[in-house]
Write a protein that binds this ligand. Sequence first.
Ligand code: 5GP
Length: 217
Amino acid sequence: ERRKRGIVIKDDWPGYSLDLFTYPEHYHEDIESVYIPHGVIRNRIERLAHYIVDDFGENAIMVLCVLKGGYKFCADLVDFIKVFGRNSSKYLETRVEFIRLKSYLNDQSTEDLHIIGSRDLSFLHGKSVLIVEAIVDTGKTMKALLKHVETFEPKMVKVAGLLVKRVPNMAESLTDYVGFEIPNHFVVGYALDYNEYFRDLNHICVISKTGKMKYKV
Ligand code: 5GP
């Protein structure tokens, strides 16, 4: 289904030349191209918000934002959900809670996944939950999180992933609302980081060799 797959970005998409857009000067040598411009990201999120409002109906939405990468996606998504609520006069109740997970070192996924910051999630019991995650790669993170969330016995759980990577045994089936399906590149920007750098970049970009070297830990 088209809706599930999101906008498919082909393997040979080189991105837009950097000089066609504005971006923080200090990253000049650190990114290859503008892979997904900020405006396109926003437009796509507006569409996802529409699907979500349709699916959740009258149910209050318990939004679970996966930090830190998901914070921009979450903020924009919840804003669009509210706008639709206002326009259709069925103002949807939303509550946002944050959860922090870590599984990456440099650009490599590591085996150990930690839930770092998590408050008591027992308020999810019997509620409609929307997990908001910036990027789903192998799906390991999402599987672990879903398992954790299910222990609180919510009424339903949906997953919104702004980006889903096209990798073998794709985790697409985990994700109910997909913004973009992308090739297996390491991307940064729009709150996605590389060792904490690049979160202050609005576009989603592909990091350059120079950038990888410069910010390696
Ligand atoms: P998974 O468990 O699905 O392999 O990885 C998901 C997590 O890895 C995401 O929450 C994100 O933090 C990180 N991640 C995966 N791919 C990328 C990427 O291309 N760029 C960035 N910045 N983080 C990524």
